[in-house]
Ligand binder design. Sequence first.
Ligand SMILES: [Zn+2]
Length: 500
Amino acid sequence: MRVMTSGHVALALGAFWMLATVGWGESDTAADGERRVASALPQVAAYRLRVRIEPPTAARPSGWIVGESRLCVRSARGQTMSAISMRLYHGLRVRDVRCDAQPLSFEQQVVPVQPWEAMKVNRIAVHMPAMSPGESRALVVRYEGVVNGYREFAPYIVDGVTSTDALLREDVCWYPRIGPATREGLLATGDERAHYRLYVDVPSSWETVAAGRLRKCETRGGRRLYEWATVYPSPRCDLVCGQFQRIPIAAAITLHCRPPSSAKTVAVAETARRAFALCTQWLGPCPFPDLAIVETPAGSGGQTAPGLILMPSDGLRPEGDTQQEMVADAIGWIGHELSHLWTVPSREEHVSRWLDEGISNYLGGRMLEECAGPRAREAYMDRQRQYFREGGHLAYQTPLAECGRVDEARDPVARGKGPWVLYVLEHMVGREQVDRMLRELRLRHHQSGATLHHFADIASEVSGRRLDKFFDAWFWDTASSDLLCARLTAAEMARRYTEP
Ligand SMILES: [Zn+2]
């Protein structure tokens, strides 16, 4: 994800943005605290979400949604279950909950998400007929109300319904998610992959874009009805409604932008084509070739999930006085998000975000070199270094492997120091070997997920070198912080590990 706003909030919601990948399989690797929350929670194998979206009217000045969500719930391993806790946006009220057509009793209350006091959710406690371990039931939750963002908590969560469009993302909790109203509960949801069937009912002048295949689109009685089905399991369901103009990017990739498209949008589409081709060349065929890239409101942050890239207007109107500056800005947005299609999910004990943001920021520099020359890449890498330095002493003294524990350090370390890990490695072993490492990481771990140890092992294997000293400095301790702050070049840093 790329966010324009302060890093603080982006890192708070970090794991929300982890890219999902096909078939997150069962694994016997050690689980972390957040995953322990996840494994103790009932799992949802499939969602069937219906939502009717009503723009504001004189009588009801805020847009309104009416939802019906069917969750196929399986009780956690080894646990008998007779109650389920769910979260929903604080402006949405649950009307009823049913299981096998029988109404269930429930309580709902708007509460703060601990310890994120500024984020409030509607916490729903549902009393279930007892479910033995591994048993599955279908729960149907009907709800309605207002969705109006979480700006007070995270400025990029601008989701809601206006007179001309709608944005509903998982982040705003527009459909019920299972789990407690806590930070750990929210982050754990980022690990849960499921298939989604999505039915959307909007005014007939609106279009809807979501992840997956469009199975139906029909206009009836002044309304337009859509049905979407995911192709790949996803940790989230997001949708964007409004009016769009389509620009083809590659075989099964389309950019949906708000009309009228400008010369800038056309240039962004060209940058996207180039970035996609470069990633394919470096990392292998795209794992999620059916893809919609869709414009969202300015300030809403870029985001990638299987089948759908959300690109805020900022990313489609790149800034800069020269052509080169505009290309650089476009790569920072669309190039960055496209590269996330190759991201391997994290299995780290504390998710550092290096496997997604560190690697994607490195690839952004590589794209920049191809499109705007080596100077542009150097300037870009210096900006990453500066971002790390601005993280202050917390970022300086937190090893990359530990930064998932420290909210304030995670972004500057993963996104600022993170790309330098591969930049320095490239100066040690060459970029072809770095590409091979990234391809191997994906080949071996795209289903099971990876840790930093997996990457370090692959790097040693591919390069045929002992890289212990290098990874000690860059992953496991903070010797690399000194090198970055001393303003050494990547070549100078590399010599520390290559010269006897
Ligand atoms: Zn990102």
